[in-house]
Design a protein around this ligand. Structure first.
Ligand SMILES: Nc1nc2c(ncn2[C@@H]2O[C@H](COP(=O)(O)OP(=O)(O)OP(=O)(O)O)[C@@H](O)[C@H]2O)c(=O)[nH]1
Ligand SMILES: [Mg+2]
Length: 260
C-alpha cells in the first residue's frame, strides 16, 4: 500500500440503499475488517435521530469519537446530493480532527432505489440491496443499482428463508450494471466479507494512485414528498444537475398526492 502521508486526503466512500438493507451493518463489517490496518472515520445521516451513529458506536468497531452523525431533517438524498454542505463539513472536521485518515465512510439515510451520492461528496459509492427485499429488485434499475461503484446484494444467509435465488439475483444485477462490480454479501460469510475488504483496499489504492475518477451515478427521477405542513399534503420535487457539482435546480411544484 502506498504511503498514506503523501495522499491528498482520505478516500470518501458513500454507502446508500433502501431502508434496512444493511448499510450500517456493512460499515460495521468494514470497520471490523480494516480498523487495525487503516485509519477510519464514519459519518451517518439520519432524518430525525442519530440512531445509526449510536448503533455503530455500540458495535465497538471503532473509537466512538470517530463516528459522527448528521441529522438531515429532510429526505436523505437532500443531504447527500442536493446540498452536501453539512456532510462535507462533517467529513472535513473528521479528517482534520483525526488526521491523517485513510477512509471516511458516509452512510446515507435509508431511502428508496433512487438516492445516490453526489460525486462532489464521495469518491466512490456502494449501493446496498438485500435478498429480503425480493429477488426482482436488482432488475428494477435506478442510478444506484446501475452505476454505483459497487452493488452489494446483502444478507445472503437469509435467501433460503425468503425464497430468493442469490445467483440469479447477482446475474440480474450484473446485467443491469453492464459489467460493474456486484458482491453477494453476508456478515456471516467470511469469504464474502474478505471480498468486501479487498474491494475497499483496491478502491483506496486507486484513489491514492489517482487512477479512480469519481462517477456520478446520475440524477434521481422527480418524486413525491409527503409534507404535512403543505396545504396540499405534499409536493413533487425534481432534481436537475447540469454537472456533478452544479447548483441544483429545484422544482417544488404543488400537486395533489401522487406517489413517485
Ligand atoms: N441475517 C442478516 N441480517 C443482517 C445482515 N446485515 C444486516 N442485517 C440485519 O438487517 C437489519 C438492518 O440492518 P442495518 O445495518 O441497520 O440496515 P440499514 O440499511 O443501516 O438501515 P437504515 O439505516 O435504517 O436504513 C438489522 O436487523 C441487521 O442486524 C446480514 O448479513 N445477515
Ligand atoms: Mg443504518
Amino acid at each position: 500500500m502506498p504511503d498514506s502521508s503523501t495522499a491528498p486526503r482520505a478516500l470518501r466512500l458513500g454507502v446508500a440503499g433502501p431502508v434496512g438493507t444493511g448499510k450500517s451493518s456493512l460499515i460495521a463489517t468494514v470497520c471490523r475488517a480494516l480498523a487495525t490496518e487503516l485509519r477510519l472515520g464514519v459519518i451517518t445521516n439520519d432524518i430525525y435521530t442519530d440512531e445509526d451513529a449510536r448503533f455503530l458506536r455500540s458495535a465497538g468497531v471503532l473509537d466512538p469519537e470517530r463516528i459522527r452523525a448528521v441529522e438531515t431533517g429532510a429526505c436523505p438524498h437532500t443531504a447527500i446530493r442536493d446540498d452536501i454542505t453539512t456532510n462535507l463539513l462533517a467529513a472535513e472536521d473528521l479528517e482534520r480532527d483525526f488526521a491523517p485518515l485513510d477512509v471516511v465512510l458516509i452512510e446515507s439515510g435509508g431511502d428508496n432505489l433512487t438516492a445516490t451520492f453526489s460525486p462532489a461528496l464521495v469518491d466512490a459509492q456502494i449501493f446496498v440491496l438485500d435478498v429480503a427485499g425480493g429477488g426482482d429488485v436488482a432488475r428494477k434499475g435506478g442510478p444506484g443499482i446501475a452505476r454505483a461503484d459497487l452493488l452489494v446484494v446483502n444478507k445472503t444467509d437469509l435467501a433460503p428463508y425468503v425464497g430468493v435465488d442469490v445467483e440469479q439475483m447477482v446475474t440480474d444485477a450484473e446485467a443491469a450494471r453492464e459489467g460493474r462490480a456486484v458482491l453477494a454479501l453476508s456478515r456471516h460469510d467470511a469469504a464474502s466479507v474478505a471480498a468486501l475488504r479487498a474491494w475497499v483496499l483496491t478502491m483506496l489504492a486507486s484513489h491514492r494512485g489517482g487512477t479512480h475518477i469519481p462517477q456520478d451515478p446520475g440524477p434521481m427521477a422527480p418524486h413525491f414528498h409527503a409534507d404535512e405542513d403543505h396545504p396540499d399534503g405534499g409536493f413533487v420535487h425534481s432534481h436537475e444537475h447540469g454537472s456533478s457539482d452544479a447548483t441544483p435546480v429545484h422544482d417544488h411544484s404543488r400537486t395533489p398526492a401522487a406517489r413517485g
